[in-house]
Design a binder for this molecule. Structure first.
Ligand code: SAH
Length: 363
């Protein structure tokens, strides 16, 4: 390869990007749309098979562009039907993607970073440290790959895998746009959910530029406890997070926030916390999703008992808020929430608590 020729990654371009690339090469915009469709709707990455593109365009693409998708290196099916794929990136690092069936519907759980810088003490990804953001192509490539492997587009996509999606804002917004594009995966607003630990400025930005649904990892209803469980709370405490969430749903009756709440024995699972949570979220269109803690090697916590979880849920239900308990899936293949590890060359300085957040380039 001639090092002087810039290699454009077609997998990282949305519909507009493909149009602009193609018109910049002197061809009509609709060829760009067709290129985009070949890549995502048909899953075709060989230029030779893109038969409705002019030969001269294909030759130019061959010279300057490539399709850079993550490569599956292992697949693990669990007894409950959950499948985990380990995907290798061009630099040899690995991330994980999980397909979770519910009847004949599949939810795909997608990663957004190699590792994570946020250091939540109950999450295995945090233990791996942080290396870098995924590119658009590496994020959408997980959907590309799952669609081919499953023979159909997943019904839902959740950005709940490795990483903090709002710390990789631009790539995540572009990738979710591709998920929702009619010429690609055609997922509606309710079928793409982004989960954040609460990067407040980017919650405001997200509302302006994206159509995704929002889930927020709450895990505690007061700052003292949330500072410990979700350390980004020290930078963006509840009194900043909640107004951002209110603003996210404001003016659109169809929007609501899904609050995720990991249930950890003796830490955040008593009814006083439930009452605090009810008061905290009053007036925000909300749904609470309780996640029994999933253990991993070296974890310092234990899961709340099913009775505890159910008592907490009932208390919240009484307030009129919707509250569900997430079924734990994929536990046998370390594919459940908080168990994804991949292969990460840590570039954060774990030992220096708090510094890691800087490594992620947070606003
Ligand atoms: N960084 C984003 C995306 C991760 S989503 C976020 O924090 O929201 C994964 C969800 O699983 C989050 O709500 C996370 O807090 C939760 N989680 C992490 N580790 C877990 C564990 N060990 N057991 C149960 N849930 C966990």
């Amino acid at each position: 390869m001639n090092a002087a020729v810039p290699r454009i990654d077609l997998a990282s371009l949305d519909r507009r990007g493909c149009e602009e690339l193609v018109t910049g090469m002197g061809f009509k915009g609709f060829h760009g749309r067709n290129l985009f469709k070949w890549l995502h709707k048909h899953g075709v990455v060989e230029y030779a098979a893109m038969t409705d593109l002019p030969k001269a365009l294909r030759d130019q693409l061959y010279a300057v562009a490539r399709v850079c998708l993550p490569r599956p290196v292992a697949t693990q099916p669990d007894a409950d039907g959950t499948r985990k794929w380990v995907l290798e990136l061009a630099d040899g690092q690995r991330v994980e993607t999980v397909a979770i069936p519910d009847g004949d519907r599949i939810t795909l759980c997608v990663s957004s970073q190699v590792g994570c810088a946020l250091d939540c003490p109950f999450c295995a990804t945090a233990r791996q440290g942080f290396n870098r953001n995924l590119t658009v192509g590496e994020i959408i490539g997980q959907v590309w790959h799952a669609t081919r492997a499953l023979g159909a587009v997943p019904r839902n996509v959740v950005l709940m895998g490795m990483g903090e999606p709002l710390a990789n804002f631009d790539a995540v917004v572009t990738a979710t746009g591709i998920m929702q594009d009619d010429l690609a995966y055609m997922l509606s607003r309710h079928r793409v959910t982004l989960s954040t630990s609460g990067i407040v400025p980017n919650i405001y930005r997200l509302r302006e530029v994206s159509e995704v649904s929002l889930a927020v990892s709450l895990h505690a209803a007061d700052n003292a406890l949330r500072d410990r469980l979700v350390p980004i709370n020290r930078k963006y405490p509840l009194e900043m997070l909640l107004p951002a969430c209110r603003a996210f749903v404001a003016g659109d009756r169809r929007r609501r926030i899904t609050w995720e709440y990991v249930m950890i024995e003796g830490v955040n699972d008593d009814l006083a916390q439930a009452d605090r949570l009810i008061r905290l979220l009053e007036g925000i269109p909300s749904k609470l999703n309780l996640i029994p803690f999933n253990a991993f090697p070296g974890a310092r916590f234990r899961a709340s008992s099913p009775e505890r979880v159910e008592a907490f849920r009932r208390r919240v239900l009484r307030s009129g808020m919707i509250a569900t308990t997430r079924k734990t899936r994929g536990g046998e293949i370390a594919a459940a929430c908080g168990q994804l590890v991949g292969r990460v060359r840590d570039r954060s300085r774990r030992a220096v608590r708090g510094r890691a957040v800087v490594a992620a380039g947070l606003p």
